[in-house]
Ligand binder design. Structure first.
Ligand SMILES: [Zn+2]
Length: 326
């Protein structure tokens, strides 16, 4: 997998490629970030680039080494994870890894090993790794993946080059979901709930989300300033804790972006299977007013993320929307 297949981490990849070109890759890396944001992909891309016989700072994708890695059967790459039904990565697993790393590589210039998730190493396993991290046998490359570097022993952390991965942006999540065969509409619905993790998206229940979207659209279309209960009931039903309310606001953003597109005469919308409901939002008020509402939703989202009370924030937002729909 060439680096170009890793989305959303351009700066990190530039740093890694520079170190490959200068022959100064670290012995041990610690990749920190939410699971599913691309840490493992980046680790494999780094190893592939290091092993590639054709290019100095990327994977060519066609040399025998690249092909073996793409096929998941390179003999010099070792993945360490908790064994099935075990909570921790054991010291025995680490000892075996250290033994394997001390053997000569089969075909690569050096061996490589990924430990995932590194925070699941038992204390004795982590302690046994210290010397290996300092002087990897046979110049091996060791990459630890973790959700939170603070969960590792300071002695392990300090021996690795720490690289922090930001959560994926919704736009990158959408591209990745589409590459996974999801329709643009389903991807756009799920992406705001991803928390920047592709993995989390693939685990979400699409049917439940479609049902949620319908419930939200129905509440929004009933907002009426002359029946004030429609405002407070909608806020009561749709607000939740902070995260759930931010997800709701992301959903509203996607509706209003679509409504603005329709109002501006573009038929290109994301929520295609909810087109009728979106059209009714679009025609409730003028295009400039819908743009204002879109801005209001952004502001509400910022407020809720900062510290505003979710229910009160939605009361205010829904009041504006109801007022627009007179
Ligand atoms: Zn290659």
């Amino acid at each position: 997998m060439p680096f170009a297949d890793v989305l959303g981490h351009d700066r990190i990849i530039e740093v890694l490629r520079r170190s490959l070109r200068s022959g100064k890759t670290a012995h041990s890396y610690l990749f920190e970030g939410v699971p599913g944001c691309g840490r493992k992909k980046t680790a494999l891309a780094l190893i592939q680039a290091l092993f590639c016989t054709a290019l100095p700072d990327d994977a060519c994708g066609v040399c025998p080494s690249c092909r073996r890695i793409s096929g998941d059967n390179h003999p010099d790459i070792h993945l360490i994870a908790p064994l099935p039904d075990k909570r921790d990565i054991s010291i025995e697993q680490l000892r075996e890894m250290q033994h394997v790393l001390s053997l000569r590589p089969y075909e690569a210039p050096r061996k490589a090993c990924i430990i995932d998730p590194a925070e699941r190493m038992s204390v004795s396993a982590a302690n046994s790794l210290l010397k290996t991290l300092e002087e990897p046998p046979g110049d091996a490359l060791i990459i630890l993946l973790t959700e939170n570097a603070g969960m590792l022993l300071p002695t392990v952390r300090s021996r690795c080059q720490l690289i922090r991965f930001a959560p994926l942006s919704p736009e990158h999540v959408i591209s990745l979901l589409e590459r996974n065969g999801m329709t643009a509409e389903a991807a756009a619905l799920i992406a705001p709930m991803s928390g920047g993790s592709l993995q989390r998206c693939l685990e979400l229940d699409n049917e439940a989300l479609v049902a949620r979207r319908e419930a939200v659209l129905s509440r929004v279309s009933q907002l009426n300033i002359n029946r004030i209960a429609t405002v407070f009931d909608a806020a009561e039903e749709l607000s939740g804790n902070r995260d759930a309310t931010v997800e709701l606001l992301d959903m509203l953003l996607s509706f209003f972006r679509d409504a603005v597109h329709l109002g501006a005469g573009s038929g290109d919308i994301v929520n295609r299977s909810a087109r009728t409901a979106i059209e009714s939002i679009a025609t409730r008020c003028s295009l400039p007013r819908n743009l204002e509402l879109l801005e209001r939703i952004y502001e509400t989202k910022r407020d809720v993320q900062r510290n505003a009370n979710p229910k009160l924030a939605l009361d205010h937002l829904f009041m504006s929307m109801a007022d627009s729909g007179r």
